[in-house]
Design a protein around this ligand. Structure first.
Ligand SMILES: [Zn+2]
Length: 400
């Protein structure tokens, strides 16, 4: 039998599909056609030897900001796919009703990675989001009629509606509008939690099963532990009702102490995401493998972590048939990693450090059966203050 590519000799790990062990993967026309031992003897095609490395499904990052050129903090996905193994990028609300068409044409249609969007409840999206301004400063930006029509026109690229709840968000109303529109369009809502008001009690009471709470380990007003470090009843109730909790590490949204307290009480993430953007990728140096390594340090197993960035992440955005899995028929998106041993200092958003002894180390990204060569990135935009630090922290990322 013929294959375009046979990825051979690696340690396959796809806990969502129950695939584990020394297996080969045969790929044809951008799809996985077979996963089994010794396929090199049964298929003819280009052989890629990845002996000694892990082969994971391509990673699915459900909280990213990749509207480069259309929003102030967005970066292009492909350069970061080539260094992180992220093959499916879900943008979390960079585009709103009034600029989603640009996101489609400039980013989705021009990227090798698969890109999809949570659309912002605010029509302007994150055009000039924090730290510069706020998309909910003016409630007239939340035009439900416009959003409904845009959702109809672009339902093939939209996975949900994003709303940022915090003390600049004009109370609970934007969440109410997001849920109303999402309900009519049969979509989930991703809600950012930040500084109070409103209170998480008020927010969680409105959410439906399948809605996603992002930034669940931050140390802001809406933190999910009490002052004495006990997980909030409201968070446990929400989880019980099927609401999903996502890491969304980002620049300001991950605290070692909060994560340690929550994990000690069994409050593990449903999904691990990076919230990667030009303001998070430098300090605290966030990309998805870094976020995954932090959870390895916190005691999750490699399999548990993988489920949070493959099949469970894909299910949360209803793409599980196609991505986040190596099952035959799925897109041939693969991430080749090693687990490095050594001493890896890792800071949280407050600058607090832990030293991990193991780290996810990216080797290669394959998208639709094609190994992705390193892709040069643009430099960070000139208004990003620490752009020099960002480039020096990422030596593979030399600017054009
Ligand atoms: Zn974000």
């Amino acid at each position: 039998m013929n294959a375009d590519l046979i990825v051979s000799g690696g340690e396959v790990l796809d806990p969502g599909a129950g695939l584990t062990g020394r297996l080969d993967i045969a790929i044809r026309n951008g799809r996985v056609v077979d996963v089994a031992a010794d396929l090199a003897s049964r298929y003819q095609g280009t052989l890629l030897d990845v002996s000694g490395a892990f082969v994971f499904p391509g990673l699915v990052d459900i909280h990213t900001h990749c509207y480069w050129g259309g929003t102030c903090v967005g970066l292009r996905p492909d350069p970061f796919s080539s260094t992180t193994g992220v093959t499916t990028w879900i943008d979390a609300g960079s585009a709103g009703a009034w600029n989603l068409a640009g996101f489609r044409e400039l980013i989705i249609e021009r990227s090798q990675a698969r890109v999809r969007a949570f659309v912002n409840i605010s029509g302007i999206g994150l055009t000039a989001s924090a730290p510069f301004t706020h998309e909910l400063d003016n409630m007239s930006y939340c035009n439900q009629g416009a959003l409904r029509r845009v959702l109809d026109a672009h339902n093939d690229i939209v996975v949900g509606i994003k709303v940022r709840m915090g003390n600049r968000a004009n109370g609970i109303e934007p969440l109410r509008l997001a849920l109303e529109t999402a309900e009519a369009a049969h979509l989930p809502v991703m809600v950012h939690i930040g500084d109070t008001p409103p209170d998480v009690t008020e927010i969680f009471a409105l959410l439906r099963p399948g809605d996603i709470v992002t930034h669940c380990y931050h140390d802001k007003g809406m933190r999910l532990v009490s002052d004495s470090g006990v997980v909030l009843e409201q968070a446990l109730d929400a989880r019980e009702r099927g609401i999903l909790f996502d890491v969304g590490h980002g620049r300001t949204d991950f605290s070692w102490r909060v994560a340690e307290a929550l994990l000690a009480q069994g409050f593990v993430p449903d999904v691990i995401s990076s919230d990667i953007s030009w303001v998070s990728v430098g300090a605290p140096n966030v990309d998805l493998p870094t976020s995954m390594t932090k959870f390895l340090h916190l005691g999750l197993s490699i399999s548990d972590i993988l489920r949070c960035v493959t099949d469970r992440a894909a299910s949360a955005v209803r793409l599980a048939e196609d991505v986040g899995t190596l099952r035959p028929g799925a897109r041939a998106d693969l991430a080749v990693f090693r687990i490095a041993e050594g001493s890896f200092p890792l800071r949280d958003s407050m600058g607090e450090e832990r030293i991990a002894t193991r780290a996810f180390q990216h080797q290669l990204t394959i998208i639709r059966g094609q190994p992705l060569a390193p892709v040069r990135t643009d430099p960070p935009p000139p208004y990003i203050e620490n752009s020099a630090d960002i480039l020096s922290a990422r030596p593979g990322m030399s600017a054009n």
